[in-house]
Design a protein around this ligand. Structure first.
Ligand code: GLV
Ligand code: MN
Ligand code: MN
Length: 400
């Protein structure tokens, strides 16, 4: 059902934060939470919290959740499995007659994807205090509208500074997610227990050259911004491949060409780069090498290059206590699991700054994600939901 809230034809899904389809998806989700008897609240950036009150409501709650926004032409499962799976875990526990001690809270995070405002995990960054309320004015979408204007139009007014969580809001955070990689499927293992989340960085490089007539300007002396960008893009790929770490990944996912006419030499190009490694030190070293490569290409090609960092985050480590709750759940269910690292980022990256965190991965077909053919089998989703339910139950009754 959630996949029908999309701006593109199925099987592809596009659901950009605060678009009409995102707002429809949110209200459908809130209705399901209300039907499950959960008390919902929303903060000023649209993070949604659905709470199952425990007998010890005075204690920090146990939380779970993920996101429902979807990048252009992606699939049905990224994020959604953690939100609807979180709700299903709660409903299953309710049906079983379980009574939580600590409250259990399901969070639907705003804009885990960077599509609209250029920065990933917007909601969880604000919750963890990793961003200040100044982003209300500094972050703008492609139409030039500020975060403040967009969220207010979507019905989320109020003070952005109030989004930050109180200290000790949660005793634990567990996120269920598809692996977005091939290992679990390849090894026929239904559950991955995430020990670390890679350090993501992203930045824009603007290259200024000289435009001109594609016919009239002879080749010698051209300062073609797109040719310079092409060299840089290949150099970024080479540097990531030769970092010495199998975990280094670099992607140039956006490229804007100005003026964008087939018979005009590109005078300005802006590329968007995503760079990650499990080891923040390796990630930073490759980042420095990319900066040096940009300087040398800009000298050789007589163009100017300017780099604007969007984010350069630290990696996260899971909490042994939460890992143990997940592995015990797998033990109770007698299903195999393996420890795994996440090269994708998740809201858990930021939740780990405010609560002991761990993640549950389930396999996805051929490791495919961020594509319309993303797929997770219903049996694997069911196993993930049961592991999540058992983990939440154990963490909820742990009141020590
Ligand atoms: C999240 O979608 C990521 O890009 O890792
Ligand atoms: Mn994603
Ligand atoms: Mn995701």
């Amino acid at each position: 059902m959630l996949a029908t809230f999309s701006d593109v034809e199925p099987p592809a899904v596009t659901r950009i934060v605060f678009s009409e389809q995102d707002l429809r998806a949110r209200s459908w989700f809130k209705q399901l939470c209300a039907e499950a008897g959960l008390a919902t609240r929303e903060d000023a950036v649209g993070n949604t919290f659905a709470r199952w009150e425990g007998a010890r409501a005075d204690l920090p709650a146990v939380a779970t959740g993920s996101h429902v926004d979807a990048i252009p032409y992606s699939g049905k499962f990224d994020g959604v499995v953690g939100v609807l799976g979180g709700l299903e875990s709660i409903r299953a526990l309710q049906k079983s007659g379980f009574r939580p001690a600590r409250s259990i809270e399901l969070i639907q995070f705003t804009a885990e994807e960077p599509t609209r405002f250029g920065v990933g995990c917007l909601g969880s960054r604000l919750l963890s205090g990793a961003l200040t309320d100044s982003v209300d004015i500094t972050l703008r979408d492609d139409s030039g509208d500020t975060l403040n204007a967009v969220r207010t139009r979507a019905g989320f007014g109020g003070d952005l500074a109030a989004v930050r969580l109180a200290e000790n809001a949660y005793s634990a955070f567990v996120e269920l997610h598809i692996e977005q990689g091939p290992l679990l499927e390849r090894e026929n293992t239904p559950i991955g227990v995430v020990t670390n989340i890679a350090a993501p960085a992203s930045f824009l490089v603007t290259i200024e050259g000289q435009g001109g007539h594609a016919g009239g300007t002879l080749m010698p002396g051209r300062r073609d911004a797109l040719c310079a960008a092409s060299e840089l893009i290949l150099e970024i790929e080479r540097l990531a491949r030769s970092s010495g770490s199998a975990d280094t990944v670099a992607t140039v996912g956006t490229c804007e060409v100005y003026p964008g006419a087939i018979n005009s030499i590109p005078s300005r190009v802006k590329v968007g780069v995503d760079l990650r490694d499990i080891d923040g030190g390796v990630r930073n070293r490759v980042l420095d090498e990319i900066k040096r490569a940009a300087e040398s290409i800009s000298q050789q090609r007589q163009v100017q290059m300017q780099m604007e960092m969007l984010n350069a985050d630290l990696p996260a480590s899971s909490s042994p206590h939460v890992l143990q709750a997940i592995e015990s759940a797998c033990g109770e269910m007698k299903i195999p699991s393996r420890r795994i690292v996440s090269r994708a980022y998740h809201d858990s990256l930021f939740m780990s700054r405010v609560a002991p965190m761990a993640m549950i991965f389930i396999p996805c077909r051929d490791g495919v994600s961020h594509r319309p053919d993303e797929y997770a089998a219903i049996g694997d989703i069911a196993s993930g939901v049961e592991v999540l339910a058992r983990s939440l139950a154990a963490l909820s009754i742990d009141v020590t």
